[in-house]
Design a protein around this ligand. Structure first.
Ligand code: FES
Length: 102
């Protein structure tokens, strides 16, 4: 059964940036894409790089370690579309950002 967890305050993640959080025992990369929040598993599947520290360009984040890229709206690897990073549903309630943990 899933549960919603408060992960951050809205103003902790400026537009066009990402930040790492821990929720439900997992590392989560939370991004602010033009005012909409998106959440991915924060550990890069290549070698464990911190995806929240990657550069966000539009909806694409680039892993800071070796440059693998993911679309943060759906988790798809930009070069290997059948590989998908886990995404989490996100909602904003007032000044708080919540994610749904499975
Ligand atoms: S750890 Fe992310 S591309 Fe290598």
């Amino acid at each position: 059964m899933s549960e919603w967890l408060r992960i951050a305050a809205v103003d902790e993640i400026p537009v066009g940036t990402g930040k790492e959080f821990v929720a439900g025992g997992q590392i989560i990369a939370l991004y602010n894409v033009a005012g909409e929040f998106r959440a991915l598993d924060g550990i890069c599947p290549h070698a464990g790089g911190p995806l929240a520290e990657g550069k966000l360009s539009g909806t694409t984040v680039t892993c800071p370690w070796h440059g693998r890229q993911f679309d943060v709206t759906n988790g798809r690897d930009c070069l290997i579309p059948n590989q998908t990073q886990t995404c989490f549903a996100v909602k904003v309630d007032g000044k708080d950002v919540w994610i749904e943990m499975p």
